[in-house]
Design a protein around this ligand. Structure first.
Ligand code: GMT
Length: 378
């Protein structure tokens, strides 16, 4: 098939998932056309089946707000027509679903009905989309999509709770490419971070308030008081500065490393012992799933879809949002018991295997075939 994928090209989970999906589809022989305003960060391989179309937004002195959505819709039309696309798959509703609706209407005038599949990822529904500024357009464009998917049962529920959705939402969970983690941890790397064999705790996110990185630091300070340990903070964002202050205030500065944005996160995860994700909300928590693929158990909140992937007492532990005490106790308990730790590592990997790309990508292919047939035959 010839598939157009629209996503955010940045480090966020929705862009990562969309890019990994495109790469997996290209490996299976599909032609994948990425339509984004920048080369997606995970699009770092050459594959003859992958095409990249940059959305350019011309500026003009009149525009305080350059109309990105129009440029995106026009680029979609161009790619649909000139590359004979079979379908468009847009990731993150805002503004991708409404731009896709517009593109669909334009090509409809030329007698072509292109199926549009919208995948909801989280904040497009739970945070941004619910805002009255966007809600009517989000509801409309989701309903106008030929198929809607959500990355967890929780997100499906949240979407139906807050929007008047008239179609069934299919849950297709996020996936991870376990083969990327099939390598030996680099001992020298672990030695640099933890020269005295300290335990390595890790967190990765976009450092937005919703991630509660402050809780990560507080949990680490509790652990660090009992167990020799290091904390790796991967990513960057608005809370970074505050976190630097907090690690100083809690006097753990020497044991915390801010690594910034990292492309090769698997190398870092493979030397880690415990992943922390105490978020206020996660529709899924792809970062935690990537940790599990690297045999790393997870201590997380039980918000949103997190308890669908992090099984309490099996792949790690979950606690209520903000319950730093329980999360710290669980971390200390697990890190203190090598046998339990080994079991949790195996459980985490088994969970990641359940969410392996080999199991999930065929579900998207099935959906594509179904909607291509339905829309073309209509
Ligand atoms: O977590 C973020 O702030 C980024 C956001 C995104 O849209 O890239 O992540 C969302 O989508 C990911 C991929 O489906 C999910 O794993 C994250 O849980 C979800 N984030 C939230 O729901 C807050």
């Amino acid at each position: 098939m010839r598939i157009g994928i629209v996503c955010y090209p940045t480090y966020g989970g929705s862009g990562v998932l969309a890019t990994e999906l495109g790469k997996a589809l290209a490996d299976k022989g599909h032609h994948v056309h990425f339509i984004t305003y920048q080369q997606p960060v995970r699009l770092n391989v050459f594959n003859a089946n992958i095409f990249y179309h940059e959305v350019r937004v011309p500026t003009y002195p009149l525009f305080d707000y350059p109309p990105y959505e129009l440029a995106l819709a026009s680029t979609m039309v161009d790619v649909i027509q000139n590359h004979d696309l079979d379908l468009l798959h847009v990731h993150y509703a805002i503004p991708h679903a409404s731009a896709a609706y517009m593109a669909k209407q334009i090509v409809l005038k030329t007698g072509r009905n292109i199926p549009v599949i919208t995948t909801l990822h989280g904040t497009d529904i739970t945070l941004v989309g619910r805002d009255k500024t966007y809600e009517p357009v989000v509801t409309f464009s989701i309903n106008e999509s030929d198929a809607i998917t959500a990355v967890s049962y929780n997100l499906k529920e949240e979407t139906n709770k807050f929007f008047a959705i008239t179609k069934d939402i299919e849950v297709i969970e996020n996936f991870v490419d376990n083969s990327r983690y099939d390598k030996k941890p680099i001992d020298a790397f672990r030695k640099v971070i933890a020269p005295n064999d300290e335990k390595i705790l890790i967190h990765a996110s976009n450092f937005r308030k919703i991630k509660r990185v402050g809780d990560v630091v507080k949990i680490f300070a509790e652990v660090n008081a009992k167990i020799p340990s290091k904390l790796l903070l991967v990513g960057d964002g608005p809370e970074r500065r505050n976190m630097e202050d907090l690690v100083r205030k809690l006097q753990v500065y020497d044991d915390v490393r801010f690594l910034g944005k990292q492309e090769q996160i698997e190398e870092i995860l493979l030397v880690s012992d415990l992943f922390l994700l105490p978020s206020e909300y996660e529709s899924f928590g792809l970062a935690a799933m990537e940790a599990m693929a690297a045999n790393v158990p997870v201590i997380s909140s039980d918000a949103g879809g997190l308890s669908e992937i992090n099984i309490n007492g099996e792949t790690g532990y979950t606690a209520a949002v903000g319950d730093v005490k329980t999360m710290s106790e669980c971390a200390i308990y697990l890190l203190s018991d090598n046998i339990l730790m080994e079991q949790f590592r195996r459980n985490a990997k088994a969970q990641a295997m359940r969410f392996d790309l080999q199991n999930i990508v065929p579900r998207y292919e099935k959906l594509y075939s179904k909607f291509c047939r339905m829309v073309c035959e209509a």
